[in-house]
Design a protein around this ligand. Structure first.
Ligand code: ARG
Length: 460
């Protein structure tokens, strides 16, 4: 053996240093040490239950692996690059601890089913953390909705003022997006929860292994049906990264809105000090850097997803070393998505709103113009004509920097003699929102129902 590699048997010359550096994964896959150790313990226990190992051998292996775990967690473990990946680092240290029986751990197993198991367990753990963080995020948005049922602001289309909506309704729109993200995370968890142990290198093995037992020991709900698929499948990673990409897309949209709302031209929000930064040269500045970075980091999460999709698209069955490139994009995606969700929830909790500025924007944007047109239709005027009459009234009010509601009845009647005293009820923004009675609308009944439904879901 030219080298001390676990696979060194058929090699005469040592691996080149550059190749060792190029191919190693231990510098980042050591992240998976907990999953690797529990996977090995489950495998050893199953081997004993199937009579492939003796009970004492399995016990020695399990205890030795506990010691390895302890060494890693206390920082005593020495990770060696020449051992290539975490699997071989751990197995070789185990063999130092327990002696030759360590060599029996890999019976009926390959690094191909081993790494697939480790990574599934790892992705599952991350998805559970995303799920919890999303619940907190949905709770933050629902709480803001609950506290701001009466606050009105312009709803926009084309980023032009369109119709008044309640701030509660706006916050709830995001709560529903994040709730769908949450259900996608749950779907990902269900599909990732399959144990590949027992698929071995690609074709299964000649030992009488029992995949159900390994899965049970790992708390995994399903076993694989096809060994080639079990070692080749990385859809669970790509699916998780797609779900993370959608979470980031939703976060990026609220970030964009918060950036706009923080601009003094809008002045709709008071960015909490803890979530903004200043400028080193312009003393007046308070910058929405957290929102900008979150919007920016959305791009890198998309990149993580696209990189693995591209890596996998041309791979023949079964395992190919290309697949080692699945880990770093996921780690990056996981770190970014989780931190972004947590920070958005905290930022929302601390967010202050300026209802006066929102109201001023309603006036400036003539957000009651549709109401006036609908009012005229109610008085028997065809919609097209009502639209035209309202347009003329808006033009006059705009020229005088007033709102429609600031005109006197006599002034309004110069546009149509169908206008009567009751028009002022219609021109009130509060009334416009209150009159929205359709299900899912911004009207108070719908908003109450949305808040109750989300609160009920969060409580269960
Ligand atoms: N480091 C490898 C990976 O992450 C582990 C599996 C290696 N398997 C092999 N046959 N070389 O994919």
């Amino acid at each position: 053996m030219a080298d001390n590699k676990l696979w060194g048997g058929r090699f005469a010359a040592k691996t080149a240093q550059s190749v060792e550096d190029y191919t190693e994964s231990v510098s980042y896959d050591q992240n998976l040490y907990r999953e690797d150790i529990s996977g090995s313990q489950a495998h050893a226990t199953m081997l004993a239950e199937q009579g492939v190992l003796t009970a004492e051998e399995a016990e020695t292996l399990v205890k030795g692996l506990d010691q390895v775990l302890e060494e890693i967690e206390s920082g005593k473990f020495e990770w060696k690059k020449e051992m290539e990946d975490l699997h071989m680092n751990i197995e070789s240290r185990l063999t130092e601890i327990v002696g030759p029986v360590g060599g029996k751990l890999h019976t009926g197993r390959s690094r191909n089913d081993q790494v697939a198991t480790d990574f599934r367990l790892h992705v599952l753990r991350s998805l559970e953390a995303w799920k919890t963080a999303l619940e907190k995020l949905i709770a933050s948005f629902t709480a803001k909705a609950d506290q701001n049922r009466e606050v009105l602001l312009p709803g926009y289309t084309h980023l032009q003022p369109a119709q008044p909506v309640s701030l509660a309704h706006h916050m709830l729109a995001y709560a529903w997006m994040f709730k769908r993200d949450h259900s996608r995370v749950v779907d990902c968890i269900n599909r990732a929860n399959v144990c590949p142990l027992g698929a071995a290198a690609l074709a299964g093995t000649t030992y009488p292994l029992k995949p159900e037992t390994s899965a049970k020991h790992l708390g995994m709900t399903e076993t694989f049906r096809n060994s080639l698929d079990a070692v080749s499948d990385r859809d669970f990673v790509m699916e998780a990264m797609f779900t993370g990409s959608l979470v980031m897309t939703h976060l990026s949209r609220i970030c964009e809105e918060l950036i706009i709302w923080a601009n003094p031209c809008f002045g709709f929000i008071k960015l909490p000090d803890e979530f903004s930064t200043g400028s080193s040269i312009m003393p007046q500045k308070k910058n929405p850097d957290v929102c900008e970075l979150m919007r920016g980091k959305t791009g890198r999460v998309f990149g993580d997803l696209i990189s693995l999709l591209t890596t996998c698209k041309g791979l023949p069955l079964a395992y190919n070393r290309d697949m080692q490139e699945d880990k770093e994009p996921f780690f990056d995606c996981d770190k970014t998505v989780h931190a972004s969700v947590v920070i958005m929830a905290d930022m929302m909790d601390a967010m202050g709103f300026n209802p006066e500025n929102m109201e001023a924007a309603l006036k400036k944007g003539f957000l009651n113009a549709t109401e006036l047109a609908d009012y005229l239709v109610g008085k028997g005027i065809p919609f097209r004509e009502a639209h035209h009459i309202t347009g003329s009234a808006v033009a006059k009010a705009e020229a005088e920097s007033r709102g429609l509601e600031d005109m006197s009845l006599e002034e309004l009647q110069t546009f149509s003699d169908k206008i009567e005293e009751d028009v002022f009820e219609v021109l009130s923004y509060e009334a416009a929102v209150k009159r929205r009675v359709s299900p899912g609308s911004t009207g108070p009944e719908s908003v109450d129902a949305q808040i109750s439904e989300l609160q009920g879901w969060l409580a269960s």
